[in-house]
Design a protein around this ligand. Structure first.
Ligand code: SAM
Length: 273
């Protein structure tokens, strides 16, 4: 096994088989308002060279590409080649090309100081060595360049995730539930010292609570669960039950067409190199 593959197994977020396609289908709509906020905050300019760190299926990289325009360059790295396969399949046929490369966050293949901006959307909490990943991000960011990340805030600030945690604990057991909680571990208190120690300055964190409108939960929840690594729920019965449980629990938030709007809270971290 390669070093990168080792790191993939060590990471807290590993999707295989057809799960990365489902990640793109079900997770992209949930993340969309946070991706917008992240890219907005990164203040990308036409012509910028940008890294999307832990890019997954590439939706942040795609928005960054639209912002930097034909004179810019966007690179995406992720430790999981199966996520990158989907990212490549969804790569827009527009300038600039996005270059996707398999690499763990703490061993980037890029030159020192080559990026104007490094973005990391819901990835930092899964790095086995956050300090080493921040040091690599600092190495590849030019002096005066920007680092911008989103990470989920505490679980109880996002009612949908709280319900998912209860469900994972009930159906998949405590070990899976503990893995799930890792998604909420990169708080401001964790991100700030890691970035400062890596050599970033002007580190700021902001709590971002955004309403997200999801498709009718009865169908959305089974699809979303099947695109997450912690849930070992198997069989359509269990998934259907999960959809029914969520639809009932959040019925008060549903519109007449069944779409459901719920608040999600993340930490938006910015820093300057
Ligand atoms: C929740 S997904 C986020 C993906 C994408 N940035 C997004 O916004 O949806 C977490 C990603 O972090 C990646 N990851 C986990 N550990 C990693 C590591 N050590 N180095 C690079 N990527 C890693 C996973 O493969 C996965 O694609």
């Amino acid at each position: 096994m390669t070093d990168a593959a080792d790191a993939a197994h060590a990471s807290g977020f590993r999707l295989t088989d057809s799960a990365p396609e489902r990640y793109e289908q079900y997770v992209a709509p949930l993340m969309a308002p946070f991706v917008d906020a992240l890219v907005e905050s990164a203040d990308l300019r036409p012509g910028d060279t940008v890294l999307d760190l832990a890019c997954g299926t590439g939706f942040t990289a795609r928005l960054a590409a639209a912002r930097v325009g034909p004179t810019g360059r966007v690179h995406g790295t992720d430790v999981n080649p199966e996520m990158l396969r989907v990212a490549v399949a969804h790569r827009p046929h527009l300038y600039p090309d996005i270059e996707f490369t398999e690499a763990p966050a703490d061993q980037l293949p890029h030159e020192d100081g080559m990026f104007d901006a490094v973005l990391c959307q819901q990835g930092a909490q899964f790095f086995p060595d956050l300090a080493a990943a921040c040091a690599e991000a600092a190495r590849v960011t030019r002096a005066g360049g920007r680092f911008t990340a989103t990470t989920w805030s505490h679980l109880d600030r996002s009612p949908y995730f709280l319900a998912q945690h209860e469900l994972v604990a009930e159906y998949a057991g405590e070990e899976a539930a503990d893995g799930f909680v890792q998604a909420f571990s990169a708080t401001a208190e964790v991100m700030t010292p890691a970035l400062r120690k890596a050599g970033f300055h002007d580190v700021t964190t902001r709590v971002l609570t955004l309403d997200v409108t999801l498709p009718p939960l009865i169908d959305y929840v089974p699809g979303h669960l099947s695109a997450l690594p912690w849930s070992t729920l198997t069989g359509t019965d269990a998934l259907r039950t999960a959809g029914e449980t969520f639809a009932a629990r959040f019925a008060a938030h549903a519109a007449p067409d069944g779409s459901t709007t719920l608040p999600f809270t993340a930490t938006l971290t910015t820093a300057t190199r």
